[in-house]
Design a protein around this ligand. Structure first.
Ligand code: NAP
Ligand code: MG
Length: 498
């Protein structure tokens, strides 16, 4: 755990185990590879241009250091970006053979691999996530997405969704996986022949701007990819723009609902990837040590800023005590601190606002009578931090069991029978993902069909692959990203014979 201390606002648990007091020398990744500019413009028509809004600062949430000043796109800037995207669509990109579009996507994928260290360092700096995650998970998945959809570009007639692109796609992404969400949006859109105007989140715009440089390096025709930075108002201007054919949004359910209302009745297509409150369900025959790893990965990966985070642990009553003891021992070994340190398991919370929300909901957990536990954990003086936290004594009615906390906070509930587990797991407005831990294949199949979740993992968690569709039921959204199904979001549905 980090050395400089500020008292965490939680009850501490038992003394740390031998493993957790083992000292590690700091092993920070160097920032020297970055060529960080003091200020960045919008990326429109293949060039960086000034915005007309008020520039804003992007900080490192681990230190509150200002990393760069970034232009804000106002409605006129968004309009200019949509216009060049339209021109690039009708004059260049939609006319280009799929095999040629694929070559650009392969080129982008290769450059992402070549510049992966630079991208990982910048992602960890701007977002606060541990470098071992950005380096070993995020960036490899980003490259894999571009490779995967590059392969589809000349094979759309086999997609089952037609071959006709929609036109200009307006894409809005959140801060938790900035580059990964960008890749999930841009790669399939371009493969299908659309052009894009993408708005990254206000707190994490920098890797999208580095990606803009990669588009230049790949000689992507101007206007095919445009990046408009800004806050919610910039996103809203994109949603409201009359010449956008498609809105692809990933973010909170509240904003997703507002977008759905805005585009209802318009000719715009829409896909929504929204929030979640996944159950991670452990049966009494599960391999417990593996399950503990899956639980830790499920809720502490990326500080729990994961839409499909396993934020509700449902454990079969007969093994609850044993599992929780193992889980606490494992949690005591988690190292929280500098996101650029290769030893770090838990990085910084992305923003002061998100930290306030995590604190608020956790305090409500206390007030509702649940028991809070965290391992002894010194938090760094500066920046935004929250310790890995466990709530036991949680009931279905508790807000911490119902609302998305989007932080490193796990609520534990128990069950006796598979049907009770299904009932509790499905008792949520969300339906994005779930985890099942058992040795019985028949039980896995039963649970997978009974759980109302877009993804069900068995004896693993948080596994992502570009070939596999991802998306939600109920208030977790509509549409799928990834795989062949992900093409449907960017192709015009054609009737037989058309
Ligand atoms: P958010 O507040 O909804 O923001 C998402 C994006 O929308 C940001 O770029 C945001 O801009 C922008 N935005 C805000 N208000 C808008 C408006 N009125 N019109 C158009 N755009 C607007 O969500 P967040 O807090 O950044 O992200 C966390 C949420 O994303 C969680 O609920 C999480 O579950 C969800 N998520 C879902 C998936 C999935 O695949 N289902 C994946 C990742 C995350 P600013 O940030 O600049 O204000
Ligand atoms: Mg930032």
């Amino acid at each position: 755990m980090a050395k400089k201390s500020k008292k965490p606002d939680q009850k501490s648990g038992p003394a740390p185990t031998a493993a957790s007091v083992f000292e590690y020398a700091p092993a920070p990744e160097s920032r020297a590879i970055l060529d960080l500019q003091p200020s960045y413009g919008l990326f429109v028509n293949g060039e960086f241009v000034e915005g007309h809004g008020a520039p804003f600062k992007s900080i490192s949430p681990a230190t509150e250091e200002v990393l760069a000043e970034v232009a804000e796109a106002d409605a006129a800037d968004v309009d200019a970006a949509v216009k060049v995207a339209r021109r690039a669509y009708s004059r260049v990109w939609s006319r280009m053979p799929g095999s040629e579009r694929g070559k650009y996507l392969y080129r982008i994928a290769r450059i992402i691999q070549e510049r992966s260290r630079e991208l990982a360092v910048l992602e960890s700096l701007d977002n606060g996530k541990p470098i071992k995650e950005s380096r070993d998970v995020d960036i490899p998945i980003v490259a894999a997405h571009f490779f995967y959809y590059a392969g589809w570009a000349d094979k759309l007639e086999f997609s089952g969704y037609g071959t006709t692109p929609l036109g200009v796609a307006g894409q809005i992404i959140p801060w938790n996986f900035p580059l990964m969400m960008l890749a999930w949006k841009i790669a399939p859109a371009l493969a299908c022949g659309n052009t894009v105007v993408l708005k990254p989140a206000e707190t994490t715009p920098l890797t999208a701007l580095l990606f803009a440089g990669i588009c230049q390096q790949a000689d992507l025709p101007p206007g095919v990819v445009n990046i408009v930075t800004g806050a919610g108002a910039t996103g809203q201007a994109l949603v409201e723009h009359p010449d956008v054919d498609k809105i692809a949004f990933t973010g909170s359910t509240a904003v997703g609902k507002a977008i759905a209302r805005e585009v209802a009745g318009s000719r715009k297509e829409v896909t929504l990837e929204l929030g979640g409150k996944a159950a991670n369900i452990v049966f009494d025959d599960a391999p417990l040590d593996q399950a503990v790893e899956g639980i830790v990965n499920g809720i502490f990966f990326n500080q729990g800023h994961v839409c499909c985070a396993g934020s509700r642990l449902l454990v079969q009553e007969s093994i609850a005590e044993e599992l929780l003891a193992k889980l606490k021992t494992r949690m005591a070994t988690l190292r929280l601190g500098d996101p650029l340190d290769k030893n770090t398991d838990v990085g910084a919370i992305n923003s002061a606002e998100q930290l306030a929300r995590i604190r608020e909901l956790s305090d409500i957990g206390d007030q509702e009578g649940a028991d809070r536990w965290s391992p002894p954990c010194d938090l760094p003086e500066r920046g935004f931090w929250f310790p890995p936290t466990l709530f036991t004594g949680v009931s279905q009615a508790h807000r911490i069991a119902r609302e998305e906390i989007f932080g490193p906070v796990l609520s534990v509930l128990t069950f006796r029978t598979p049907s009770e587990a299904v009932e509790k797991a499905n008792n949520t407005p969300y339906g994005l993902s779930a985890g099942v831990w058992t040795e019985k294949g028949s039980l896995i199949l039963y649970m997978a069909s009974a759980l109302r979740a877009g993804v069900v993992w068995a004896n693993t968690f948080n596994k992502f692959d570009p070939t596999s569709p991802f998306g939600g039921y109920k208030e977790s959204g509509q549409g799928r990203e990834g795989g062949r199904h992900g093409l449907a979001a960017y192709l015009k549905a054609t009737k037989a014979g058309e």
